[in-house]
Design a protein around this ligand. Structure first.
Ligand code: ARG
Length: 475
């Protein structure tokens, strides 16, 4: 066989096999296998970060003298034109080119010729994809942080407005003690404040640059890892090349943040759903957050909180998916990791939508103050206040508890709240009860008496709302 014949055979072979590894292969990848192993349908979402990473890598290569200035100029303008073509929706993605990385690289070479083939010098798709997802998730975290702050601001503002609106506080979903609605809203805000902290922690730990780890062991070129790390706004390069290409902790950590956040949103949703019911009637949600029923004309369903509650399931599922994906994986990169993207993408989308829905809906809550007040009066919510009053007269708490228990039993039989009983009725249970008792038996007296940091007294709620708003403003 003549040399020229051999080289023409080689050409036709590599035309059918993937250009990136055609050299070693004797037959093209099976059509089904090509589809099965491809990720381009979903990872094209990383195209901006892929191009951003490639530009940083190419600039570094020219900085250290591996590429010439002219070469890097051509590479960068080629990549930029590919970026605008993708943005405009005109880019033709090919499943045969497997993923976003190889699609862009092939397009670059098609556009600028052989110099495009130099872009992949000193890197691998393994450190490339690890970099792309970190860059992508970092941007998403920044957007999510803004949405979370917007939700918190709306919640804190409502808490301020409702700082002296009285409602029943529950334990075991049974009336416990009166609280203010503002206090309840600030309890929700505390959950979100911790979620924000978790999100920030996650961002801090992911902000290391894996570029330069190459396939797994590093590269023989005189690369400058600090250069790429700084260009891409990472705090530092990652420490260990094996870990760099295999680590997906940051995705797991984000999904753990998301699971806890959605768990919190599901708890809030549950309360909103209960409160809008005809049985509670504590709040009204404007019609734009609700839907009707096709058969029951009277229905107004709280679909938005119901859906948020439901979406907690898929987000928890994605967390378990990623944990299981990484469980027992040997170092370093394994193809399994391609499965990290869809759960992560869907988690981000779900978190964004749920936060947006909540940020719009929470400030629109209309509190039905009289229904809340009436509900707080039912269920002897000031019984503990009466016991505390008796303790003030020198009675031991356990005895006071017993006395009030009897008064409550009397109230149940007579259908009377403690505050509706006359002094004559109350002294039957203890002669220590005087007519100053009524100031502690009222709902207003009860909440005002819990006057310390973290308590439900309206002035404390206002102060807490101011502190909470200050924390959000300082971010
Ligand atoms: N599409 C791949 C992924 O998402 C890119 C890395 C492929 N690396 C490899 N050695 N096959 O993980």
């Amino acid at each position: 066989m003549s040399i020229s014949k051999k080289s023409s055979m080689d050409k036709s072979k590599s035309a059918q096999t993937n250009q990136s590894w055609g050299g070693r292969f004797n037959e093209p990848v099976d059509d089904f296998v090509a589809r099965f192993t491809a990720s381009v349908d979903f990872d094209q979402r990383l195209f901006r970060q892929d191009i951003q990473g490639s530009i940083a890598h190419a600039s570094m290569l020219s900085e250290v003298g591996v590429l010439t200035k002219t070469e890097v100029q051509e590479i960068i303008s080629g990549l930029e034109s590919i970026a605008s073509e993708i943005e405009s929706g005109e880019f033709a993605w090919s499943t045969n080119l497997e993923d976003v990385h190889m699609n862009i690289e092939a397009a670059l070479t098609a556009r600028i010729g052989d110099v495009g083939k130099k872009l992949h010098t000193g890197r691998s798709r393994n450190d490339q994809v690890a970099t792309d997802i970190r860059l992508w998730l970092r941007d998403e975290i920044d957007t999510i942080a803004l949405l979370l702050s917007a939700l918190q601001n709306g919640m804190i503002e409502l808490a301020m407005t409702e700082s002296d609106t009285i409602m029943p506080g529950f334990t075991h979903l049974q009336t416990a003690q009166p609280v203010t609605f503002g206090h309840h809203l600030l309890a929700w805000n505390e959950m979100l404040e911790r979620d924000f902290g978790r999100l920030k922690d996650c961002r801090k730990r992911l902000n290391y640059c894996p570029l330069g780890a190459a396939a797994l062991a590093g590269t023989t070129y005189p690369i400058n890892r600090n250069h790429t790390a700084v260009t891409l706004n990472f705090d530092q390069p990652t420490e260990n090349s094996l870990d760099s290409v295999s680590d997906r902790d940051f995705a797991i950590e984000f999904c753990a943040f998301a699971s806890i956040l959605l768990t919190h949103l599901s708890r809030m949703s549950e309360e909103l759903i209960l409160w809008t019911s005809a049985q509670f009637q504590f709040i009204n949600l404007p019609d734009r957050f609700c839907t009707g029923s096709s058969i029951m004309p009277q229905k107004k369903n709280p679909d938005v909180p119901e859906l948020v509650r439901g979406k907690t399931g898929r987000v928890n599922g994605h967390l378990v998916c990623l944990l299981t994906l990484m469980k027992s994986q040997p170092l370093a990169y394994n193809k399994d990791n391609q499965e990290d993207k869809e759960p992560l993408f869907d988690t981000v989308d779900t978190v964004r939508d749920c936060l947006r829905a909540f940020a719009d809906m929470i400030p629109a809550i209309e509190a039905n103050k009289s229904a809340m007040y009436e509900a707080a009066k039912r269920g002897f919510s000031t019984a503990t206040d009466l016991a505390d009053y008796l303790v003030g007269t020198g009675i031991a708490f356990r005895d006071a508890h017993e006395i009030v228990g009897k008064a409550v039993a009397y109230g149940i039989a007579e259908h009377k709240d403690l505050s509706d009983m006359s002094l004559e009725e109350l002294v039957q249970f203890s002669d220590q009860i005087k007519d100053d008792v009524f100031s502690v038996l009222t709902l207003e007296g009860s909440v005002a008496a819990r006057d310390h940091i973290g308590g439900t007294a309206p002035n404390q709620v206002k102060a807490a709302a101011t502190r909470a708003a200050g924390k959000v403003a300082c971010r």
